[in-house]
Design a protein around this ligand. Structure first.
Ligand SMILES: [Fe+2]
Length: 293
């Protein structure tokens, strides 16, 4: 009840959206009411084709594939941008469990954990990544903005981003739920799109991201009704129901980029070998004055 009152006071439109946007029909109706005309040509930014690919898919093609599958994997960061982001992460403090009172440098992680008396699962840079030039180039990249706007069918509004480490550490189900390491959906607007970039190599042992293909368009009505509450359903139940063969685990080298509709069921996982450094940016249709927390 307190959370509802906080949202109501902060921005009543957000409260209305958080209830209505859980239904696929409403999401599609709002998106279809928009109108976005893509530019004739998209300027060269900081995104390139993945190694070995002949060319970068057009922004229109990427948006179309996200509409069909819920996500798209297949672009990468220019190496200079990747390097700048890595340098930022190595030279700026990150914050244990995203707690602003617990800063440390990642090179001192082992010593910091000893002082803390507990192994760390996550550490983020809060909003400090906004001061990084490479991040600003990415945030305003014409290709990403065009992909987002074509998918949303509205001029994309930047909502937020995060740069964060995931570390190998023992964990409980409650910790996995609170750090988005179980299948869930995020409802941050009537429709949003999130871009992810691996800044370290990510294999099966480094906590890869996973999607359940098509679950943004085909979702049991009961699961639409509970919205973000899907996170409380056991992963195996969701996978059995929506199709084991539809699970796509995204692995790849540092620099790999992918994009998805956060309404499509997805999760990160806890690394069991090497740490993972992940950058994410989310764009939506409408700006709000408040968020869930
Ligand atoms: Fe999520």
């Amino acid at each position: 009840m307190q959370a509802i009152l906080r949202l109501l006071r902060g921005d009543p439109r957000f409260l209305v959206m958080s209830w209505l946007a859980r239904f696929i029909a409403v999401r599609e109706w709002v998106a279809n009411r928009g109108s976005y005309t893509p530019p004739a040509t998209v300027g060269q930014g900081v995104i390139q084709a993945t190694a070995g690919a002949r060319f970068l898919d057009s922004s229109g093609q990427v948006a179309k594939l996200i509409k069909a599958h819920g996500y798209y994997v297949g672009f990468s960061l220019q190496s200079s941008i990747l390097q700048d982001l890595r340098t930022f992460a190595e030279t700026m403090p990150c914050y244990a469990n995203r707690d602003p009172t617990l800063p440390f440098y990642v090179k001192n992680k082992v010593q910091f954990e000893q002082e803390l008396g507990a192994p760390l699962l996550v550490a983020g840079y809060l909003d400090s990544h906004e001061t990084c030039d490479a991040y600003q180039k990415l945030k305003t990249d014409p290709y990403l903005l065009d992909v987002a706007s074509q998918y949303l069918n509205h001029s994309a509004v930047y909502m937020r981003g995060e740069l964060a480490w995931g570390f190998p550490a023992p964990n409980t189900l409650a910790e996995r739920v609170s750090t988005a390491r179980v299948y869930h959906c995020d409802i941050n607007d009537f429709k949003t799109i999130k871009f992810f970039f691996y800044l370290t190599d990510v294999g099966e042992g480094e906590g890869p991201h996973a999607y359940i293909k098509g679950s943004h368009r085909h979702r049991q009505f009961g699961h639409q009704w509970i919205g973000q509450g899907c996170a409380a359903i056991d992963d195996d139940i969701l996978v059995e129901l929506y199709g084991r063969d539809r699970v796509h685990v995204v692995t790849g080298p540092a620099g790999l980029g992918f994009a998805g509709d956060p309404y499509c069921l997805h999760k990160g996982s806890v690394p069991d070998q090497q740490p993972r450094l992940l950058l994410q940016l989310e764009y939506g249709i409408y700006p709000y004055r408040i968020w869930y927390f």
